[in-house]
Design a protein around this ligand. Sequence first.
Ligand code: GLU
Length: 509
Amino acid sequence: MREVRVRFAPSPTGALHIGGVRTALYNYLLARKHNGKMILRIEDTDQNRYVPGAEEYIKDALKWVGIEIDEGPDTGGPFAPYRQSERKDIYAKYVQQLLNDGHAYYAFDSIEELEAMRNRLKTQKGANPQYDSTTRMEMTNSLTLSEDVVNEKIKSGVPYVIRLKVPASEEVELNDLIRGKVKVSTSQIDDKVLMKSDGMPTYHLANVVDDYLMKISHVIRGEEWLPSAPLHVLTYKFLGWENEMPEFAHLPLLLKPDGKGKLSKRDADQMGFPIFPLNWIDPKTNELAEGFRERGYLPEALINFLALLGWNPGTEQEIFTMDKLAAAFELERIGKAGAKFDIQKANWFNQQYLRSKTDEELGQILIADLKTDGIDCETSKANAIASALRERITFPKDIAELGKIFFIAPKSFDEKIASKKWNEEAIAVISVLKDELKKSDGLTVETATSALEKATQQSGIAQGKIMQALRLALTGGASGPDLMITMVLLGGLETSSRLAYALDTLGGK
Ligand code: GLU
């Protein structure tokens, strides 16, 4: 097998979409599986769409999710430079080759002329008039002008582009590793611009030339590029590189959670989840889009989630580290159908990865978050709280959010629960319990349990009847970790004083 060399080739036109992270991931997994190379190539030939900060953002995002780059603009490598704007001369050479071989031509048409052609042909040719074998001989180009005129125009600085001369009707075929055979007639393809009037190559030319020169073995990219693939195959042929052509794999789209249509930033905004890996401030509008990182997703959870959006291991296994993903990954197991972006599943992965952390690790997160709220917490207490809350959290910040109750006594009580559960029976048990617990601060689950037993027995009331009232008194609400553990973590005196406050406030002293 050919050495696996894959590339992630983003254009720095804004923040990296989560779908782009998945594309990068699939490339990376294939490289890792085969001990190949992962290349980052910045496709910045479209100067009009360049957005400052985007390249940095892309690199930071890849780093955060753990995708390592073997060759790229910062790492360097045998085929540097890896930023297309720095490779202008390289493309000029290959455009010249195409011109010499009669596969490309100069075109001098102005915007107005192109517009006029489209309007003229709209009526004659139907809906989709294009610059191609049927129209090129009516236009201002080196196929219709004499060589002298062409040279004169170029010399005098008349702006021009260079177009690919696509044959009238030939079949172009390619084998996509996900979609199988794709056949297209060249009559469907227009004479694409290869080199723009500013001397910069277009995506199509630069992409093909670089994939060839960088010895790319597999082109793995989004499905939106599938329509361009036949044009690329044609360009490989014209350049005489047919035997070195990479394999193609076009990835299915990421769909909205309901499966109806492509997932856009607007959809994600509306449904309240991020679409970018990291925070992004749009340089034009100054608007902040919150990233998965800042929302509290762990990179390993996000990666695990993204890997399974479109790919499946063929088993029931769901939890995969990056190493395990690389070992199991196969392009052939990527589905053709679009993948629904189910954010609940992403949350589930986040929970799993958070739960796999030790109490000490979670405790440290708690300590740090509490500190920002001005609350000090000892390590042993933090670890115990982490242990009590670990099953109830989705994001790291939830530990402090839920754990605050152990430091700040409730000032008010859920009215609905109070009206239902705060009754004479509850008051009777809680009054006894309050006095019982005042006696000693150090509580264990056993002593807390026996104090509660004593209180219920003494009042002759079944425990089950008053548990919600007890929770209400201790936390102000209706949910939280095990009540005995809650009492232990609060200590006897604090528990007793909270019960006294509840009795005062809700009545029943
Ligand atoms: N620069 C293209 C993009 O931004 C790359 C497409 C490809 O991988 O060929 O998506």
